[in-house]
Design a protein. Structure first.
Length: 314
């Protein structure tokens, strides 16, 4: 039997499935549908099942597949769309998307990683909810500055409500971390670094479980702070960063803004870069990368921050 790869496209109602051996199915996205999915995949024993990250819809499906002993990779949708364009698959339907995912699995063979458990998914959800509440609070405060007097009382009431919900989200997030010995130790280690506060630490714990297990180049690329060349022919462009985990990179950016003021070591590095003619934004991104590498080395070695020690990259 030839090796089979499977692509699985998810929506709120359906699971569209395609294999490189020509099989095509559609199942409902519910318990009976998941059972029929497993019944269909077991006989063909795929080498890998690939699906896109879809904001949480994929969690239960991936968990069921992994529990059944199947290898699963959850990939960035942008990678799949780039692959589809590169192979001339411009049309987009659920069935076509499943076929593209199957071919992507066969040709790219993304790594099947261990799936987060229920506790980790709960922490991710709390961190995401806390971020949503913070964004809504910023929006309402901005509206308040320009609001007509008729609606100002309503906005003020909503701001007070959001502030209360944000406090509750912070408490729930901290309690969840404190309840886990491993997370508590990781959180204390991260927060020993000047510039890393409780929110950034919780974000890293929830959204970067690979910290300490990858090389400095791998962790920088994963987060999206690794510089990539933009050179072609005689053109020479600036190095740019892109991709990676956007919300995590945003948290790291805010931490770096604080660190270049309060972390003597990183502040000196930032000032050296600016003195050498680097644009301030470029210098800040370089500091983001250095801070991430330090955190990666600290997590790897289990060593808290010490300004007297020069932490070498992994």
């Amino acid at each position: 039997m030839s090796t089979s790869y499977v692509g699985l496209d998810l929506s709120e109602q359906y699971l569209d499935v395609a294999s490189t051996t020509g099989h095509q199915w559609r199942f409902t996205y519910d318990a009976p549908g998941l059972d029929r999915l497993l019944d269909a995949l077991r006989p063909i024993a795929p080498a890998l099942v690939v699906m896109e990250a879809t904001g949480g819809l994929e969690h239960s499906v991936a968990a069921e597949l992994a529990a059944a002993g199947l290898k699963v990779a959850v990939v960035n949708p942008r990678q799949v769309r780039d692959f589809a364009r590169a192979t001339g698959r411009l049309a987009k339907t659920d069935q076509i998307d499943a076929q593209v995912l199957a071919r992507f699995a066969e040709r790219v063979e993304p790594e099947a990683r261990a799936l987060p458990d229920a506790e980790h998914r709960a922490l991710e959800a709390l961190v995401a909810r806390r971020r949503q509440l913070s964004d809504m609070l910023i929006q309402e405060r901005n509206r308040l500055r320009r609001a007509n007097s008729v609606v100002r009382p309503d906005i003020e009431v909503h701001i007070a409500f959001l502030e209360g919900r944000l406090d509750e989200a912070n408490t729930a997030m901290r309690q969840t971390i404190e309840a886990s010995t491993a997370w508590r130790v990781r959180d204390e280690l991260l927060r020993s670094t000047p510039g890393i506060g409780p929110v950034v630490s919780a974000t890293i714990v929830a959204e970067l479980p690979e910290l300490g297990r990858l090389s400095h180049k791998q962790i920088a690329a994963l987060v999206g702070v690794a510089p990539f060349n933009c050179d072609s022919g005689t053109m020479r462009g600036n190095r740019v960063i892109y991709g990676g985990r956007t919300t995590l990179r945003g948290a790291l950016y805010m931490a770096t803004l604080s660190a270049v003021r309060h972390n003597a070591v990183l502040k000196a590095h930032y000032e050296q870069l600016v003195a050498r003619g680097k644009a301030k934004k470029v210098a800040l991104v370089a500091c983001m990368r250095r801070l991430l590498i330090w955190l990666n080395a600290m997590a790897r070695d289990g060593v808290a921050w010490n300004a007297e020690i020069h932490l070498q990259p992994a």
